[in-house]
Ligand binder design. Structure first.
Ligand SMILES: Cc1cc2nc3c(=O)[nH]c(=O)nc-3n(C[C@H](O)[C@H](O)[C@H](O)COP(=O)(O)OP(=O)(O)OC[C@H]3O[C@@H](n4cnc5c(N)ncnc54)[C@H](O)[C@@H]3O)c2cc1C
Length: 313
């Protein structure tokens, strides 16, 4: 541990009572179960702590990595020379009443999507069921405009509150630049930290909603590779085509580099079949991209986000 990190940790501790830890193995915090240590790891208790820590990091010119559920991330084997901010303690969900027949709810960014879906169903709020089974948090789901079938976060979010350049702002959904698995919170507001979002849902019957959620989870279990850690779909679907089908047709299903394996059940999933490194995954990704480009003239772009892994797009 260098002086730079212990000094920053001491300043964070002076300002907040939040836990700050050194050399935290990132593989423990991501669903891929891959990744070396983060120099510093903090879990702000509320938005004021988060804002203060961000200000300190900016003053010290330290790289900040925002971590939600870690379900869409590949972290380098050598780890991160920076501060990881985990949103897990920003976890409140509030019912806001009705507006023109819609039921409104506010969720902080660290709320697990699964828990929001369950709570909304219990409150008779319909709309999130199709997203059941998507891991991660509300913040990550907004950044990624996570979705399944013909539903995505953009259909439900009415406004997003975030911290950028030291101030807190709220913008309506129309300004969030939502599109297929993207939002302004990737570009151009990649440094913004989402604090929470408001969603507008429809009235529904709790029993029926719970049934739909159960069916959706069973559908996922049948369709998605289970048993091995992964980060979900690796590539974005190219316009009018399916990344999984292109990878399958190029003959990659079941092939591996080290511990990284193209899932036999779903070619757009790379799984950690045991001891995979970020280098294994990166090599496999590059080989698939080259092969699909040569075979079909299509450039596969990453849906997965990478931290510290060079030259992957
Ligand atoms: C088995 C499996 C199945 C999946 N199925 C689907 C699916 O059907 N549909 C789908 O869309 N996705 C799917 N995913 C991918 C993933 O679950 C989603 O992208 C999810 O929304 C990511 O949320 P997260 O909290 O885990 O984000 P993380 O992985 O923690 O982060 C993802 C990105 O968002 C940023 N971020 C996270 N929180 C914040 C915040 N508060 N403020 C600013 N930036 C933030 C991170 O810095 C990073 O760039 C799947 C993943 C797995 C492992």
């Amino acid at each position: 541990m260098t002086g730079q990190w212990s000094q920053l940790a001491a300043e964070i501790r002076k300002m907040t009572s939040d836990p700050v830890r050194f050399d935290v193995p990132m593989w423990r915090h991501v669903t891929f179960r891959i990744g070396g240590p983060a120099a510093l790891f903090a879990e702000p208790a509320d938005r004021e702590d988060l804002r203060g820590i961000l200000r300190l990091a900016q003053e010290r010119k330290v790289s900040v990595y925002l971590l939600g559920g870690g379900s869409n991330l590949l972290v380098a084997d050598h780890g991160l020379r920076g501060l990881v901010l985990h949103t897990g303690r920003l976890s409140s969900v509030t019912r806001l009443g009705d507006d023109r027949g819609r039921k409104l709810v506010a969720a902080e960014s660290g709320v697990p999507l699964a828990s929001l879906i369950k709570r909304c169903a219990a409150w008779g709020m319909s709309g999130l069921q199709m997203l059941a089974g998507i891991p991660g948090t509300v913040g990550g789901a907004v950044v990624m405009n996570a979705g399944a079938g013909d539903r995505c976060m953009a259909d439900l979010v009415t406004e997003v509150t975030f911290c950028a350049d030291g101030s807190i702002r709220t913008i309506p959904a129309e300004e969030c630049g939502f599109d297929y698995r993207t939002s302004v919170f990737q570009e151009p507001f990649g440094d913004a930290v989402i604090l929470g979002a408001k969603l507008a849902l429809q009235p529904g019957q709790p029993e029926g909603l719970r049934r739909e959620i159960g069916e959706r989870l069973r559908w996922r279990r049948r369709r998605q590779p289970s048993g091995y850690p992964s980060a979900g779909s690796v590539f974005r679907n190219p316009e009018g085509d399916s990344a999984g089908s292109l990878i399958d047709r190029a003959g990659w299903k079941g092939r591996r580099v080290g511990g990284a394996l193209v899932a036999p059940a779903h070619a757009n999933f790379i799984v950690n079949a045991g001891g995979a490194t970020a280098d294994d995954v990166a090599t496999l990704i590059r080989r698939i991209q080259n092969s699909v480009r040569e075979e079909f003239g299509v450039r596969l772009e990453l849906e997965l986000k990478t931290w510290g892994v060079p030259e992957l797009r």
